[in-house]
Write a protein of this length. Structure first.
Length: 603
């Protein structure tokens, strides 16, 4: 791992859950003549045609992985130019019919996903959705997504989860949240805001106007389904329909029926609607009339040209990002880089992390400069359920160094996604990989261990039908005592003070970061955000706390993601008493599991 550039304090390792690559392609409507839209690959997505069909606006992270900006290019791939740039997340840009204005989603300002309009001639920006009467309850999600201009340029339609409660999946019991969206319209000057389509318990997403401006089409999926829609293990169990409404009367038409996850609808002609089926054997482009043949192809975010002859879509890759892949640095003092999950630093200056691979996961150690990498424990062949291993739902996870650097403790079995339905044990392995042993009895789901500052004890969590909470194991006597009895997880024992950091489910819809002393005293809840998940907390090298939070809500329609858990998490830091909270990342992806490496360790 290379040292940071001169003048930097060092490197922050972090994990990003999102595609490893994304490229835009264009083809004729029947799928023929497919070609890469742009001359160079640059992590591009979410394209839209100009009304004249001669140019395209798209989102790109070509300026630095994770920092999204808006660009324009001709449809032949030439003339790429930047339209909107900066440290905020900018996405889903679409030009007005006369080409003078750009509507887009941005987190600039209040860090929530808002609809903005840029006057391209005057270079003047206006936020349409954070004004009185439009913005929702600030304690609830308030995201606004997927703007679409009416054909006459007088209105912008968009989806929003404003004034909807945070809900975990499985009736509020799950960690990952669902999303409830309605369709709204607003004039480009911010007036005329109103709701045009809603359905309690449903998500209405990606609105697009009919050619005559009288109707808006969208996909409709149950709120609970928005969680399964981006999880590969739920293929075939989540369905949605393509629906349109009359803007003036609210008259509703369902254009599809039956199974399959249908998203990204658009009027291709006055009477034909194209859409995407996600996942499964029917994945690809389909049409409501049934007269146009489907184009079965693994693509995302299709948009059809104004003349209905061409379609642009994105293809994404899921290769594992290499260790040390540069990411956009929102903090100018540190370089941000990608790492696999749960990286931890020993007192002796070595890194351990969980390396996820198809069918198993391993505990890997290395020097901070990336040299001397070695697998010290591999879950393959350790008697775990092969089906769970293959699905990436079990393995060796979340290592913790003993203070003397001689041992690495970790969980082995079902990850926290399977709490209560599978077992796991706390184990430890010699740091040279020579021998390992199981430390708990396997009767419940135990994991996420962390050593006491003197190395004599380990705190870990248990999660099962009868037992839950944090436990402390005395490594000398092999006795265990109960520290907590709530739904607690991810404990991290501070190496510099007698204090344990952890995540607690504090209500049916809320997880918070807490601290407690090893004797059970002085419990403190450090976060409270009315339903947003806050967790994955770890101690930083300087005594601050690093954690993951969804306090600013979703940054995209949840059903449009793939292969992720919570498409709203960003990395934050705060003092040990919960003060001075700072946001460290601002991307459309899930960012978590940070580890700061001072420059002195990388030199």
């Amino acid at each position: 791992m290379a040292a940071a550039a001169g003048g930097k304090k060092g490197v922050m390792l972090m994990n990003r859950i999102g595609p490893s690559s994304s490229d835009l392609y264009i083809s004729t409507i029947d799928g023929s003549n497919e070609r890469l839209l742009l001359g160079t690959r640059g992590y591009d997505y979410n394209a839209s045609f100009a009304a004249n069909g001669q140019s395209v606006v798209f989102t790109s992270e070509r300026s630095g992985d994770g920092n999204s900006g808006l660009y324009r290019a001709r449809t032949d791939g030439t003339g790429v130019q930047s339209l909107v740039a900066g440290p905020a997340m900018d996405d889903s840009g679409v030009l007005s019919p006369d080409g003078t204005k750009l509507a887009f989603v941005s987190t600039r300002g209040d860090r929530r996903a808002q609809i903005w309009v840029l006057d391209l001639r005057a270079n003047r920006l206006k936020c349409l959705t954070n004004t009185a009467g439009v913005a929702g309850d600030p304690t609830l999600p308030d995201g606004h997504f997927r703007p679409s201009w009416s054909p006459d340029g007088r209105w912008i339609a968009f989806s929003s989860d404003r004034n909807t409660p945070w809900r975990g999946h499985d009736n509020g019991r799950g960690w990952e949240h669902t999303q409830e969206l309605s369709v709204y319209i607003i004039r480009p000057d911010g007036t005329g805001f109103r709701q045009v389509a809603t359905k309690p318990g449903y998500c209405l997403g990606s609105p697009k106007w009919s050619p005559d401006g009288s109707r808006i089409v969208f996909y409709e999926i149950t709120t609970e389904g928005t969680w399964g829609a981006h999880r590969p293990e739920y293929i075939g169990r989540v369905s949605s329909q393509i629906v349109s409404v009359d803007v003036a009367t609210g008259e509703r038409v369902e254009h599809t029926s039956g199974p399959h996850l249908k998203v990204s609808p658009q009027y291709v002609t006055a009477t034909e609607i194209g859409y995407l089926i996600k996942n499964g054997p029917e994945e690809g482009l389909h049409y409501t009339s049934g007269t146009l043949p489907p184009v079965k192809r693994a693509v995302r975010a299709p948009v059809w040209s104004p003349d209905g002859r061409s379609v642009i879509y994105q293809k994404v890759g899921w290769a594992i990002r290499p260790l040390d892949t540069p990411l956009y640095s929102w903090d100018s003092d540190w370089e941000y880089r990608h790492c696999d999950v749960f990286p931890v630093l020993s007192r002796q200056g070595l890194i351990a992390y969980t390396e996820k691979q198809l069918g198993h996961s391993s505990i890997v150690t290395m020097k901070p400069d990336g040299t001397d990498q070695r697998v010290v424990f591999d879950s393959m062949g350790k008697g775990l359920d092969p089906a769970l291993l293959q699905r990436g739902l079990a393995g060796a996870f979340r290592p913790a160094w003993s203070p003397d650097g001689q041992w690495i403790s970790f969980g082995l079995g079902g990850w926290f996604i399977l709490r209560g339905t599978s077992t796991a044990v706390v184990a430890r392995v010699r740091s040279d990989g020579s021998t390992w042993e199981v430390l708990t009895d396997g009767t419940t789901n135990a994991g996420f261990p962390s050593y006491s500052p003197n190395g004599n004890e380990i705190v870990y969590r248990v999660w099962g039908a009868e037992n839950k909470g944090l436990r402390i194991l005395d490594l000398q006597t092999r006795t265990t005592r109960v520290l907590t009895s709530e739904y607690d997880n991810l404990p991290d024992w501070c190496p510099k003070r007698n204090l344990i950091l952890f995540t607690r489910k504090t209500s049916e819809t809320n997880f918070d970061v807490c601290t407690i002393r090893p004797d059970g005293s002085d419990l403190k809840i450090l976060t409270a955000s009315s339903g947003a998940n806050e967790g994955h907390a770890v101690w930083d090298h300087d005594g601050r706390i690093l954690y993951n939070s969804g306090v600013y809500g979703f940054r995209e329609e949840a059903a449009l993601y793939d292969n992720t858990f919570q498409p709203y998490g960003q990395i934050f830091s705060m003092n040990a008493d919960g003060s001075d909270k700072r946001m460290l990342t601002d991307s459309v992806w899930e960012d978590s599991m940070p580890l700061y490496l001072p420059q002195s360790l990388l030199s």
